[in-house]
Ligand binder design. Structure first.
Ligand code: SAM
Length: 239
């Protein structure tokens, strides 16, 4: 079965957007995955096609209505067993391991919030898992959904070429990626590390691993501390 992303949005014209070009776009065109962007407004029931209302308890902005959103979810996905996600700044952080989980199976249904957010009752009633792409607030969930879909699509079988596998990339072993170099051999007085042009594959691999570890330790102490075995090593050193 082809991996499929279904996006519920007030702005379906934003899709495929950047997902229609380059790696993801080629894979979409060749049928390695599919994308459906559905307009939440099609599930509105009044003549103004309203989807939002003022927040209970007062306060600024508008809130996406539970009944309209529930109807949109049901119309898109009646009874199908697939992840139901809501893009949300208060959600579970999107990590490479969550991406890898979502890239297997049928593919998710993704709700894109707008305004002040979504009525809590539909989150609970439709088991929406909230997913965040970072600690900042976007004006809508569409760009967040695109980031999630793009990260999943590149892991689908046949999408990345043989050479560019995900195995060596940032986060694949809980590490950031080592520095990359290519021609020219010299750029503004800076050369390429000798070891990378030595032809000694074992030494190249060791250099890359050491660089990845050093970068991770300095730039992302949180990732470094979370690597398996780190606590044991730390305790030994401390003790
Ligand atoms: N009032 C909300 C809050 O303070 O958490 C922010 C709502 S935001 C303006 C509108 C929509 O953008 C959200 O419902 C969500 O779908 C999306 N969004 C904003 N930031 C996001 C993030 N960091 N990750 C995922 N989705 C985000």
């Amino acid at each position: 079965m082809t991996w499929r992303a279904t996006v519920l949005t007030l702005f379906p014209d934003m899709f495929p957007g950047p997902l229609g070009v380059s790696l993801a776009g080629k894979a979409l065109a060749s049928g390695l995955w599919s994308l459906e962007a559905r307009d939440i407004r099609d599930s509105a029931t009044d003549r103004h096609r309203s989807v939002d209302d003022t927040p209970a308890g007062g306060g600024p902005g508008m809130v996406l209505r539970a009944d309209v959103l529930a109807a949109a979810i049901d119309a898109a996905d009646a009874g199908q067993d697939r992840p139901h996600l809501l893009m949300s700044p208060r959600g579970r952080p999107l990590t490479q391991s969550l991406v890898a989980e979502l890239a297997v199976g049928p593919g998710p249904l993704i709700v894109c919030g707008r305004f002040e957010g979504v009525d809590q009752r539909v989150i609970e009633a439709r088991n929406l898992e909230e997913v965040s792409i970072g600690d900042y607030v976007l004006s809508g969930g569409e760009i967040a959904a695109m980031a999630l879909i793009d990260a999943c699509v590149r892991l689908l079988p046949g999408v990345m070429g043989k050479q560019a596998s995900g195995e060596d990339e940032s986060f694949s072993e809980g590490l950031l990626e080592y520095p990359q170099f290519t021609r020219p051999q010299e750029f503004e007085g800076r050369g390429i590390p000798e070891i990378l042009i030595s032809g000694d594959h074992a030494k190249v691999a060791a250099w890359r691993k050491a660089e990845a570890e050093a970068l991770t330790r300095v730039r992302r102490p949180d990732l470094w501390a979370a690597r398996p075995g780190q606590n044991a090593t730390k305790n030994k050193t401390d003790g």
